[in-house]
Design a protein around this ligand. Sequence first.
Ligand SMILES: [Zn+2]
Length: 390
Amino acid sequence: MKHILKNSIIPMAVVLILVSCKTGTTSGKKNELCVGAYLTEEQAARKLQEYAKLYGDAGEWKMRAEKIKENIYTGGDLDKISEKEWKYPVMVIRGRKHVLDGYTVENIALEPKPGYFITGNLYKPDTITGKIPAVLCPHGHWFKPGDYGRFRPDMQKRCAALAKMGAVVYAWDMYGTGEDIQHIHKDPGALTWQCYNGIRILDYISALDYVDTNRIAITGASGGGTQTFLIAALDDRIDVSVPVVMVSAYFFGGCVCESGKPIHKHGAFETDNVEIAASIAPKPLMLVGDGDDWTKNLPLVEFPYIQNIYKLFGAEDNVEYAFFPDEVHDYGFPKRKAVYPFLAKHLDLDLEKILDKNNKIDESFVTILDTTQLKVFPGRPLVVNPMQAK
Ligand SMILES: [Zn+2]
């Protein structure tokens, strides 16, 4: 099996120790949460210096990376999900299909366990020849009417552009958002089930007969960036990872779906989102940051740390960053323009499909569909305020 962790060969004694510590008092668990700006920028930079002393070569980093991944798995309570829930065949519910300029959009819900639905859209190139790459596109906490989650115009542009370049792309509702009226986003289990959803989507997408399972990427911004590096860390079927405006040494994510479980700290063990993002090394990784959020130090702090890890593998060509000092916290056009060539290079996509006559990236071919057109269940209301506490 390709899943590293759900079939992990962690010795049972270690598992028992981890579980017995973790199931102590609630306050003990809370003490291990690293929420929001958990560290100052100075503390965070010092932590990275300390972490760098814990490994000296690729093999030692690999061992640390395994520990980081195991801690997400157990700290994130993915070990509490039953074997049955991992193994149910993913059922597919098909809604409308839209045939557009060089790509199609199908409204598709997945049912990874009975009565539990992941709602989303599958974008595909209009013609498929042989095996093609796949890109998972999670979204962040954007919940304004008209600019909501997977329905956002910038999400539609990203998915459509990647599909026109030759990939199959799935965009889906965050846990308890959009069409997912079954759950509440602020549920304490949000982090667990959001990771579960990503892994089950990989089960679905990697089983499509036209998907090249050696070319699977994931990219999202903000809370979608958190999903990007968590799913990439948890499941080695991800070959390329592009977390956008999220990887920070001092900021750990402010929502329960990002930092509501002790995935960064357990006993004496500590890590951060920089190391979690780097845990896929030496596979291709691109970081995108801007000057207006917690990624503002990316060129000076986070990227050099990750680059040093890739140097241990002699794989510096596989890690890149794009930084926009005058930009803000989004996955806007300048950021997409930086990401498309990176994904084209590592997934063997055809960038020319989205270039205009002057060889500039041009998304004007994209048709922005309205929310009703993109719903799998047209009669189902959207979750209006997913950030509302239970
Ligand atoms: Zn959240």
